[in-house]
Ligand binder design. Sequence first.
Ligand SMILES: C[S@@+](CC[C@H](N)C(=O)[O-])C[C@H]1O[C@@H](n2cnc3c(N)ncnc32)[C@H](O)[C@@H]1O
Length: 423
Amino acid sequence: MTTLNRIASLLRHSMGLDVASVGMMLIERAVSERMTTLGLSQDAYLLALQSAPAELQELIELVIVPETWFFRDREAILSLARMAREQITAQPERCVRVLSLPCSTGEEPYSVAMALLDAGIPPANFHIDAIDICHRSLATAERGVYGRNSFRGKLLEYRDRHFSTDKDESILSELVRKQVHFRHGNMFAPDFLSNEKPYDFVLCRNVLIYFDREMQQQAVQVLDRLLHTQGTIFVGPAEAGVMLRPNLASAGIPLAFAFQKRSTPLPAVTPFRASKPAVPASVKMQALPPIPPLRKPFAPVAPAAPLAAPVAQAASSEAILARAMQCANQGELLDAARLCKEYMQQNGPNAAAYYLMGLISDARHDTGEAMQHYRKAIYLQPNHYEALTHLAALLAAQGDAAGARLMQQRAQRVAAIQEQPHA
Ligand SMILES: C[S@@+](CC[C@H](N)C(=O)[O-])C[C@H]1O[C@@H](n2cnc3c(N)ncnc32)[C@H](O)[C@@H]1O
């Protein structure tokens, strides 16, 4: 094993990072930056890493991916607020507990705080803990001052309500800031949040994609421990597949990527039902057979339409695509992929369908297929922001830094254009 591989393995064991997800070049650059700063050879640097936790932290600060923005996956944040409001309406004395793990530079937990306040929930009725492994990101989060890159998309009305502006900077209101409690933490640390009461809502979004399967399973165990028995966990769009576990069921909220503990855990992952229509070989997903939908532990806020109805009964072809998204959100990846194909057979190539198929392949760790789908989505819709950023991440993971940069730059241009009328 080369010294660099040993360093990569150290990072995997300490923070869960799968080098394949970010590319060896990122690790190499970070290591070389630290070696230059300290004036050490690679072997001496490995020794320094093994003996000094502070140096390991310095390296971690350089290899993390802090990408985040306000109201990323808006539906997840708004669903959380809707559910919290229902719970507080039923029990006005209740203090809802939320965990944002990881919180990066703070946009995610602050979005939750804004959404809860905007939903009319009094500050005393909720408590948000926000944790990340990166000290630098946490310092930014504590400051609560943000640039344009943190505000993406067109729906920016929250900015006027909760921020003041100073030149190019947006300064978050004190009211929102004091609702979030930031802390440093590594979710793989043995005593991680061991003394905390369980949380009603856990957001663990856009980090599981940087772990390999084994570390993902470890992470899910940690999340399971932290989640209240009737709690809800939110993951990123490409991470729903990771939550396919006997004790978790989709919360059935479209585009929220939310899961709840089952009241009665399934005995094991159930094999694909033979009565379902055959799936084209190109989208076969043996690694992640679907779990049939069960009775939910409690009713979801926005119940999904029943999935058992045959596709032929769908009111229109648009309903097929909507149903495909619903299936993907519920972890029914085989069905989702089949419906995307069906939709395109009826309507011809479609960017949204290819993007969804990309997410599904991503969730199955089929990087090659995911990249093909994202490319097709971008070909059909050159300003497809999400497809551009996902493709950039996969290219970076494959070591194609130039290709990744190109896609990221295109995505940034798209984001800038989308922001213009509101800037
Ligand atoms: C892409 S950001 C996601 C932020 C936010 N959840 C979102 O979806 O926008 C990933 C974050 O994970 C953090 N991270 C990576 N490994 C971690 C670990 N083992 N424990 C805690 N945080 C970790 C990184 O520091 C980085 O800020």
